[in-house]
Design a protein around this ligand. Structure first.
Ligand code: NDP
Length: 340
């Protein structure tokens, strides 16, 4: 038992629940932030159901948009793991719409962590902070040295928010002398704990329900949520991690490939999963009338290679097959619908 306390922001989230579970299993105490007391009760109940010793878990109320609660939440914590961030399924048209929540909220967390004297801060960033807005000509492998270009017209509001929030975290942590690590996951799949369903899970759910019969030719780096959580837990104490950004992805899957992974694991979805890859020209025409299709255009046909060796070497990242991660999401969603 380490008995050290970790502040986990956004503890109700899809990824954070797995981080909480693994932290508790490894003997940490966890203080999870939630936006309401009711959400805190739900979190305790679902983690208890997942087999966690919730006597070591406490919840604290704090919202990224407000100062209240963050310092009290951070006080007495040895480590801080900051996962909370808005992750909407639909992208707002205003590219800067999510920045005040993501960046200013992150600054609140970093300042509170520093004032509390935390030993290390681990920030959940994203490949969205690394691979976007570089233009079609960019074909080199993406590493932790790359940053998304927020001034590019080809970048979503979500990617802008993740990039500016992570940049702000590095600057503030350096100013406050707080050791920091960033984890930059690809699209996260895998089993759900409780009913939490982040945006990445919703994409798989839509494919299962036949809502996406045809999809654009877009490829994601996909990774299992359990491997993402393990990387966060390792990053709290791993030697050689401080000051670094770690890409965590298990491998690339196109949207068609995600559909195939669903149908391979559960043949009954064969008639539901995407059946056609839309020709790029069709997506471009659709984008003229359907605003939501616009975000897909810069990604059409792109194959981005992601460097995961640093995460493997420093954090012991040894990811499961991305198709198995997708199948685990489906299994979980089926169990939840049977339970509900
Ligand atoms: P979820 O939507 O499941 O979790 C987001 C969490 O952030 C929730 O706990 C949510 O609280 C909290 N949150 C949102 N807005 C606020 C706010 N204003 N104040 C306080 N808390 C807030 O998403 P994921 O678990 O998928 O994402 C977690 C993190 O991982 C995010 O930073 C996301 O950007 C990042 N990430 C996710 C990837 C993915 O594919 N899932 C890929 C790469 C990075 P509440 O429950 O109250 O809404």
């Amino acid at each position: 038992m380490t008995d050290q306390r970790v502040l986990l922001t956004g503890a109700t989230g899809f990824i954070a629940r797995h981080i909480a579970l693994q932290l508790l299993q490894q003997g940490y105490r966890v203080r999870g932030t939630v936006r309401s007391a009711a959400k805190g009760e739900g979190l305790l109940a679902t983690l208890a159901q997942a087999g966690a010793d919730v006597s070591r878990l406490e919840v604290a109320e704090a919202d990224l948009t407000r100062d209240a609660g963050w310092q009290e939440a951070a006080n007495g914590c040895d480590f801080v793991c900051h996962t909370a961030s808005p992750f909407p399924a639909r992208q707002p048209a205003d590219k800067l719409a999510l920045v005040p929540i993501a960046r200013d909220g992150t600054l609140r967390v970093v300042s509170a962590a520093a004032r509390a004297g935390a030993k290390r801060l681990v920030v959940t960033s994203s490949v969205a902070s690394i691979t976007y807005g570089h233009g079609k000509e960019r074909d080199a492998v993406f590493t932790g040295d790359d940053w998304s270009n927020v001034d590019s017209p080809d970048i979503s509001a979500y990617a802008v928010s993740k990039t500016l929030a992570e940049r702000a975290a590095w600057e503030e942590a350096e100013r406050a002398n707080l050791p920091m690590v960033a984890i930059n996951p690809g699209l996260v799949a895998g089993p759900l704990i409780g009913e939490a369903a982040g945006t990445s899970v919703q994409l798989i759910g839509m494919m299962m329900r036949g809502k996406l019969p045809a999809v654009p030719d877009i490829v994601f780096g996909v990774v299992d949520v359990r491997d993402v959580a393990a990387a966060h837990v390792a990053a709290l104490t791993a030697e050689g991690a401080i000051g670094r950004r770690f890409i965590v992805s298990a491998g690339s899957l196109s949207m068609m490939g995600i559909g195939r992974a669903i149908a391979e694991a559960f043949p009954e979805y064969r008639g539901k999963v995407p059946r056609f890859a839309l020709p790029d020209v069709v997506v471009r025409i659709a984008a003229l009338v359907v605003g939501e299709a616009r975000a897909a255009i810069p990604e059409l046909g792109r194959r981005k290679e992601l460097a995961t060796e640093p995460a493997r070497a420093v954090l012991g990242f040894a990811p499961a097959d991305p198709r198995e991660a997708v199948a685990a999401t489906v299994r979980s969603l089926r169990e939840l619908s049977r339970a509900g």
